[in-house]
Design a protein around this ligand. Structure first.
Ligand SMILES: NC(=O)c1ccc[n+]([C@@H]2O[C@H](COP(=O)([O-])OP(=O)(O)OC[C@H]3O[C@@H](n4cnc5c(N)ncnc54)[C@H](OP(=O)(O)O)[C@@H]3O)[C@@H](O)[C@H]2O)c1
Length: 327
């Protein structure tokens, strides 16, 4: 917490409210109706690492890259679903579809899989952080950390951090983080005195918004660190699409989602087209540090563009994950 900031209070709320631009909100609404740019180029023989490929956006994206000739390495938590996906993709597209099992809500699994990836003898052409969860109630992992924050933010942070040397040594690499317009739910910005939701009432939308805001903020520092190398890092909103998200919640939430939230949503092939474009299109060579709504660049909400917050978050993250001791 910054000196002078009272616990439980975010003194930046007014700063953020003043920085909001209506034009950005209108742009977001317009962009929600747009289709993604399409990349026709093939991606033969390239390696794409993707988290959470067993359902929804990750599944469609894995199929899209495979259809264009890429080999896949999926990081999934469910062995049966992973094996089914491997068989389906290898049979249909004649590419390799390997997988590693990791529960990305557990630090131990995240560290293990990150180290395994950093030792891969092959270059990773595109790394897609897609795995995500939505919880209406606060749940902690065995490290005592709130699970939404871990899956969306800490898992991508730790992987990027531990893969930095490998990726920088490559000829070229792109990191894509599947973010969300839902980062805008964190209107008040991150609460550095309570990243783990111990002092406030938990809400699904707020915790989701905070985790996605943290991910967007981390992109700004990684972008600085990759500058001058051939690694780019970008974030994207994949559209409002119908997927299995939220299935870990109770019966009422699932009923409500099926009968209300899912109505009118688009299909996840638009997300896959966008993630393919962002990973493969030469038009994006060298483009880094951006937030895309599908394939259109957008300005994120002010709390997700706060450079002071990025530095504080970076330091806290290194401490909270134990990475500070290894640095
Ligand atoms: N759907 C939308 O409209 C929308 C909008 C904005 C952003 N997003 C973002 O898009 C991403 C994908 O979500 P989705 O909508 O496609 O949801 P989904 O259908 O529920 O897919 C989520 C994927 O993440 C995996 N996953 C969840 N928790 C995990 C964990 N602890 N460890 C490893 N893998 C885990 C799931 O595995 P299982 O198959 O084992 O469950 C699944 O493969 C998320 O980051 C989400 O925030 C979605």
């Amino acid at each position: 917490m910054k000196t002078g900031q009272k616990p439980g209070k975010n003194n930046k709320l007014f700063q953020y409210v003043r920085a909001y631009k209506w034009s950005n909100i209108f742009a977001m609404i317009r962009n929600m109706r747009r289709d993604p740019e399409i990349c026709e180029a093939r991606f033969d023989g390239k390696l794409v690492v993707i988290t959470g490929a067993t359902s929804g956006i990750g599944y469609f994206t894995a199929r899209k890259y495979a259809a264009q000739g890429a080999n896949l390495l999926c990081i999934n938590r469910n062995p049966e679903k992973s094996e089914k996906l491997r068989r389906e993709i290898e049979t249909e597209f004649a590419v390799k579809c390997e997988y590693k099992i990791a529960n990305l809500s557990r630090l131990k699994d995240i560290f293990r899989v990150s180290r395994e990836l950093s030792e891969l003898p092959l270059p990773i052409d595109v790394l897609i952080h897609n795995a995500g969860n939505y919880l209406t109630k606060r749940e902690l992992n065995s490290d005592g950390l709130e699970k939404v924050f871990v899956v969306h933010y800490l898992s991508s942070f730790i992987m990027n951090y531990l893969l930095t040397d490998k990726l920088k040594a490559q000829e070229k690499s792109r990191i894509l983080m599947v973010s969300s317009e839902g980062h805008r739910f964190a209107v008040w910005g991150l609460r550095f005195d309570d990243l783990n939701w111990e002092k406030r009432r938990y809400s699904g939308l707020k915790s989701y918004g905070s985790a996605k805001t943290a991910q967007l903020l981390s992109m700004l520092i990684f972008e600085e660190q990759f500058r001058g190398s051939a690694v780019t890092i970008n974030t994207m909103h994949p559209g409002a699409v119908k997927t299995d998200t939220g299935q870990e919640n109770g019966r009422f939430y699932r009923w409500y989602k099926r009968n209300f939230l899912d109505k009118g949503l688009r299909t996840a092939d638009i997300s896959a087209e966008a993630l393919y474009y962002l990973g493969a299109a030469t038009a994006l060579d060298g483009v880094s540090g951006k937030f895309f709504n599908l394939t259109t660049v957008e300005e994120p909400a002010p709390p997700a563009a706060d450079m002071d917050a990025t530095r504080e978050l970076w330091d806290q993250t290194l401490k909270m994950t134990g990475l500070a001791k290894q640095a």
